[in-house]
Design a protein around this ligand. Structure first.
Ligand code: MG
Length: 249
């Protein structure tokens, strides 16, 4: 599938989708606390998204049963909310969610520490977030796709972290997952040339240990193979002729 270039009208809709998704994350952060279940987070998330007149894009996507992926500690992504899973003080919790506004999608993820977390865990969260910003320095018309992932990988590996290989970012628009796939690492070839009007979900997934991951029996939850902590940070961005515009922040 070709990479879509959005019209000015489509970009306006994606700006609004992104703005509402940023607000969703702000509300979710406020509600996150030790003692709640991951199912409660999902209930709150769906309520917020619907209160904006939007559709939770994750719900029923390929059969995913919730509006938000809640991935705790060594869970990398795609954790399924559960009434049996309680958030504890000291956990790190990744919340990945998306919404549809008038047919246009936005996708974003954040990782938070709950209560007091270790210095090491706090650094992992901070470096993962910063790696997104290091990557998007290269997200400009005329550059190539691989410039983004290479910058993300370089930044994270300075800290001895493993950048997940088996999952990648993606184009986004009327579909949650559009072309191209966007690795967070050097894929060894330049990839497509970036053009103004492309909208992309850039989402580094970073492990404190090795980059290898495994899938749980639920066929969704991805965990680090070595049991180390993992963090995730994502925004939907717009490529322009100048600096990229972060739509979901
Ligand atoms: Mg995504």
């Amino acid at each position: 599938m070709a990479v879509t270039i959005k019209s000015e009208r489509e970009i306006e809709l994606m700006r609004e989708a992104g703005r509402l998704l940023a607000k969703t994350h702000e509300e979710l952060e406020k509600s996150l606390h030790a003692g709640m279940t991951t199912k409660e987070i999902d209930r709150i998330c769906e309520e917020i998204i619907r209160s904006y007149g939007c559709i939770p894009s994750f719900l029923n996507y390929n059969g995913f049963p919730a509006s938000v992926c809640v991935s705790v500690n060594d869970e990398v992504v795609h954790g399924i909310p559960s009434s049996a899973r309680v958030i504890h003080e000291g956990d790190i919790v990744s919340l990945d969610t998306g919404l549809i506004y008038k047919g246009y999608q936005s996708d974003a993820a954040r990782t938070y520490g709950v209560g007091e977390i270790s210095k090491e865990a706090a650094q992992l969260i901070e470096v993962t977030k910063q790696s997104f910003f290091e990557g998007i320095k290269y997200a400009r018309a005329g550059n190539h796709l691989n410039d983004i992932g290479t910058a993300i990988q370089k930044y994270c590996e300075q800290f001895g972290y493993g950048v997940v290989r088996d999952l990648v970012g993606h184009g986004i628009g009327t579909e949650m997952h559009e072309s191209p796939e966007i690795p967070n690492f050097d894929m060894g070839r330049k990839g497509i040339r970036l053009r103004a009007g492309m909208t992309l979900a850039i989402e580094p997934m970073v492990n404190m240990g090795r980059y290898d991951v495994a899938w749980c029996d639920d066929d969704w939850t991805v965990v680090t193979e070595d049991g180390s902590l993992s963090a995730h940070y994502e925004n939907t961005i717009l490529i322009t002729d100048g600096d990229p515009e972060i739509l979901s922040l």
